[in-house]
Write a protein that binds this ligand. Structure first.
Ligand SMILES: NC(=O)c1ccc[n+]([C@@H]2O[C@H](COP(=O)([O-])OP(=O)(O)OC[C@H]3O[C@@H](n4cnc5c(N)ncnc54)[C@H](OP(=O)(O)O)[C@@H]3O)[C@@H](O)[C@H]2O)c1
Length: 242
């Protein structure tokens, strides 16, 4: 697919550049600074992508970037949720602008785009209930606001999925294409609730994954085209074997 990657200079965004290229997607990186992105990627990788400079709060610019490049998918990793409920974050503003830009681009090309958004573990439900985990531990609450926005959209406006990892750490500092297999193995995923949940006090740490695993998961899903088992779902992930 031709993928607009918003937030390509970030921890996950950089790994997504490498994973998307490895899965033979075309990458259009939407970033505030092309110079910054160039400084963070090996020259051989930077040469393989197209860069559009813009702000993720600018819905009209996002729409234009999608339509000008002929993108059929979007991944948004821009903006970071604040930990404390009272702390400020511009993530909801960014998130709404991305939703609006992508939705309007879909209306203009008369087909909704496939989009992956990022959230966190707290958006997932405690198994067997309708209660989000963030109701028990109210942190990173911007993701809840963002999920509510997606859930309120009329059908057939966005073909969205929301990846809900816990902490993601890097496996390597350098980005190579093709990407090597993850040292932590593949991710196992489930919709709405965390996969392989255990009711024990030490459960949360089991959901730590790596940036590379999550980048591979999104890039691999997009390799299947517009149809995905994760469409319209919040998706939990865990490393196989945990
Ligand atoms: N890292 C984790 O452990 C973790 C776990 C669960 C969920 N998440 C979520 O996953 C997402 C990605 O995390 P990350 O660790 O990759 O974050 P990150 O490294 O802080 O990257 C954030 C990206 O957002 C971009 N950005 C911020 N404001 C922007 C704006 N107005 N216009 C355009 N770009 C903007 C930054 O670009 P600049 O380079 O221009 O600043 C950067 O590329 C976040 O939403 C985070 O909440 C992260």
């Amino acid at each position: 697919m031709k993928v607009l990657l918003i937030g390509a200079t970030g921890n996950l965004g950089l790994r997504l550049v490498a994973s998307l290229l490895t899965h033979n997607h075309s990458v259009v990186a939407y970033v505030r600074s092309s110079t910054k992105l160039e400084s963070l990627l090996p020259e051989s990788v930077f040469r393989q992508i197209t860069v559009v400079q813009g702000n993720a709060t600018d819905a009209a610019a996002i729409k234009r970037a999608i339509l000008d490049a002929g993108c059929d998918a979007v991944v948004n990793t821009a903006g970071v949720a604040a930990v404390a409920p009272w702390a400020k974050t511009d993530l909801p503003v960014i998130f709404r602008a991305v939703v609006d830009g992508v939705r309007e681009a879909g209306e203009e090309r008369k087909r909704p785009l496939r989009v992956w958004f990022l959230a966190g573990l707290g958006v997932l439900h405690y198994p067997g209930s309708e209660v989000m985990l963030s109701s028990y531990m109210p942190i990173f609450l911007a993701h809840r606001t963002n999920h509510a926005l997606l859930a309120s959209l009329p059908p057939n406006t966005l073909n969205w999925s929301m990846l809900c990892p816990s902490t993601m750490t890097p496996e390597a500092a350098d980005m190579t294409v093709p990407t090597p297999p993850s040292k932590s193995g593949k991710l196992i995923a489930s919709a709405t609730t965390p996969p392989a949940w255990q009711d024990s006090g030490m459960n949360a740490g089991r959901y730590d994954t790596t940036l590379e695993q999550n980048a591979e998961f999104i890039a691999g899903d997009l390799a299947g085209g517009e149809a995905s088992q994760w469409s319209g779902k919040a998706v939990g992930v865990i490393s196989e074997g945990k």
